[in-house]
Each structure stands twice: as structure tokens, then as C-alpha cells.
Design a protein around this ligand. Structure first.
Ligand code: NAI
Length: 331
């Protein structure tokens, strides 16, 4: 039998936390034959709720779940973890300034970075979900210099999956037959959902999404804004932000990273820019990536048209501004 993998979930008493822990314990993240030990971290005001989550995990009697560490102590939470899913953070409440939210999250991510650096397994893979996800990941990297840069990523897979979903609805094809959409840039409303290279598997082979949709106007306007604004639409409908889909997409992100992407398929991940596609280095930016043997690499050589170029640059610009706001909070 395989040795258990230790998975840290921060913000585990929250909405996404509640949804993701059972997915992980059922093998949706690391595979149906991979035992796991869950490390759950939340803060003192949520300590009772966290206990409740642990009780439910015990009650569900998951065969793959070999242990649960539920704690409000960040050091205990990070001890020897192989995967860290960072969902805990300070929410943006109505009327709060961007700078104040940034400042709260910068201090949280700075502290958690140090704990991961000192106590996590040396090859720990980190996924930041909490917003501002790209910039939280950047801060985490800054304060965990011994964790390889390649091991620190942020979640844009939910946006990627939303884009697949919109194309599937529009063309009335199963979502599993749609692939290779791209989310470029920030997990924010400046992200660029790009279908220029996306395809659909049909009985006559693979066809391009652009050809099948045959409505450039829709692809350049409503499709993009629907994906960009989907989070807000969910909040409007549920009076709560997306949780099930966020949790499921976070599992997809780690699963593909660890176990590999299918041949001929790429996914979107927020990773450190190496300058590919003219995106400035020094920011965490969502790119199309393939994964093999636990390593992602940015898909190279895709043609970027003028329309896309402007969108790639605009979302990079926003990330540069977020970065300087974050750094101004460090002092
Ligand atoms: P939530 O408010 O239900 O849960 C957040 C949890 O984090 C709470 O239990 C809170 O006590 C905990 N927490 C706060 N500070 C913490 C700290 N320092 N250490 C550990 N835990 C801490 O929020 P929800 O709905 O679960 O969302 C979590 C985050 O994920 C938010 O920042 C949200 O904006 C973000 N998000 C990101 C998405 C993405 O695609 N990247 C999609 C959806 C949400």
C-alpha cells in the first residue's frame, strides 16, 4: 500500500474548506488508491466549527483517510505536509478599501509562508486559492525562499472550467469533449478567457471552437464577460460565493499537477512568469500548462493575435499594480 500523503487545507472551517475535505478524502485530488492525512487549519474564532468538520470526517468513515490534524496552530498544521491548499484569508467586506484587505492578506501569507518553509516537506506543492490569489502566491514565495518557485501556484482552474462549461452549453456538447481553453493572467475580472486554440471532439475528429461557434462577436464579448463575472453571478444567486466548484477545481489543479495532464490537453494554472508570451517576470500569472512527473511547463508557441495581445497585457498590468500595492503593505 502507498504511504499516506499529508494535505494541508487552510481556512478549513470555511465554505470551500467544507466542500474540499470530503473530495480529498474520497480520492478526487490524489487518486482512488492514495491514502491521505488531512491537516486542517483555521483561526481561533472558527475553532469550534473546525472541530465539527473533523467530527464529520470521522463520521464519514472514508477508507482513504488515515488521519486528521485539526488545529489553530500554524506550525502544527504545516508539519511535514506534502501538499498545501491555502484557502484561508481575510475576506473583502463591503465598504473595505482594497489596500486594507491587501494588507491583512499580506500579513497572513507572510506568516504562513514562514511556517511552510520551516515545517513542510521540502518538496511541498502549494496551491493558493484565497484572494487576491495571484498576489498571495507571490507574497508566499517571497517569504518562503527555500521552497522552489515552481512549487508555488495559484488557482485559475475554476475560471478555466467555467470557460469549458460556457462553450459546452453554447454548442450543446458534453463538457468532457471541450478542451484547451486558456485563462491568461489574474484571477480577477481582468482575466482573459481565450478560445483561439480550443477544440471540441466530434465524431468527425477535433474541430476548432471558433469554427463551431461561428459567432466571433459572442466569443469576443458575452463569452468573455460571462466567464469573468461568473463569480459575481454565483454570489447573486446563492448569496454566497462559489464553493463546490472552487473546491472541485482545486482538486483538478492538484490532480493534474501531480498525476499529469492527458496527452494533447493543457490546463490553466497561475505560475511564476518566466517571460513567456511577453508576460513580465516577477508576477504570478495564469498560463496554459501541461504537467508531467509532478512538474508543470508553460505551453509554448501559441499564436497570439492583436486582440489577445491587448488583453494579456492589461491583466499583466493589473498584477504589476497589485504587486506594488502588496509591497507597500509590507512596511
Ligand atoms: P469563507 O469565509 O467561508 O472561509 C474562509 C475561512 O478562512 C474561514 O473559516 C476563516 O476563519 C479562515 N481564515 C481566515 N484567516 C485565516 C488564517 N489566517 N489562517 C487560516 N484560516 C483563516 O470563504 P470561502 O468561501 O471558503 O473562500 C475562501 C477564499 O477563497 C476567499 O479568499 C475567496 O475569495 C477565495 N476564492 C478563490 C477562488 C479562486 O478561483 N481562486 C474561487 C472562490 C473563492
Amino acid at each position: 500500500a502507498k504511504n499516506p500523503i499529508r494535505v494541508l487545507v487552510t481556512g478549513a472551517a470555511g465554505q470551500i474548506g467544507y466542500a474540499i475535505v470530503s473530495m480529498i478524502a474520497r480520492g478526487a485530488m490524489l487518486g482512488p488508491d492514495q491514502p491521505v492525512i488531512l491537516h486542517l487549519l483555521d483561526i481561533e474564532p472558527a475553532a469550534e466549527a473546525l472541530k465539527g468538520v473533523k467530527m464529520e470526517l470521522i463520521d464519514a468513515a472514508f477508507p482513504l483517510l488515515k488521519g486528521v490534524v485539526a488545529t489553530t496552530d500554524v506550525v502544527e498544521a504545516c508539519q511535514d505536509v506534502n501538499i498545501a491548499v491555502m484557502i484561508g484569508g481575510f475576506p473583502r467586506n463591503e465598504g473595505m478599501e482594497r489596500k486594507d484587505v491587501m494588507s491583512k492578506n499580506v500579513s497572513i501569507y507572510k506568516a504562513q509562508a514562514s511556517a511552510l518553509e520551516k515545517h513542510a516537506a521540502p518538496d511541498c506543492k502549494v496551491l493558493v486559492v484565497a484572494n487576491p490569489a495571484n498576489t498571495n502566491a507571490l507574497i508566499l514565495k517571497e517569504f518562503a525562499p527555500s521552497i522552489p518557485e515552481k512549487n508555488i501556484t495559484c488557482l485559475t482552474r475554476l475560471d478555466h472550467n467555467r470557460a469549458l462549461g460556457q462553450i459546452s452549453e453554447r454548442l450543446d456538447v458534453h463538457v468532457g469533449n471541450v478542451k484547451n481553453v486558456i485563462i491568461w493572467g489574474n484571477h480577477s475580472s481582468t482575466q482573459y478567457p481565450d478560445v483561439n486554440h480550443a477544440t471540441v471532439a466530434t465524431c468527425d475528429g477535433e474541430k476548432s471552437v471558433r469554427e463551431l461557434v461561428a459567432d466571433d462577436h459572442w466569443l469576443k464579448t458575452e463569452f468573455i464577460t460571462t466567464v469573468q463575472q461568473r463569480g459575481a453571478a454565483i454570489i447573486k444567486a446563492r448569496k454566497l460565493s462559489s464553493a463546490l466548484s472552487a473546491a472541485s477545481s482545486a482538486c483538478d489543479h492538484i490532480r493534474d499537477w501531480v498525476l499529469g495532464t492527458p496527452k494533447g490537453t493543457w490546463v490553466s494554472m497561475g505560475v511564476h512568469s518566466d517571460g513567456s508570451y511577453g508576460v513580465p517576470p516577477g508576477i504570478v500569472y495564469s498560463f496554459p500548462v501541461t504537467c508531467e512527473k509532478g512538474e508543470w511547463s508553460i505551453v509554448q508557441g501559441l499564436k497570439i493575435d492583436e486582440f489577445s495581445r491587448a488583453k494579456l497585457d492589461a491583466t499583466a498590468q493589473e498584477l504589476i499594480e497589485e504587486k506594488s500595492l502588496a509591497y507597500s503593505c509590507l512596511n
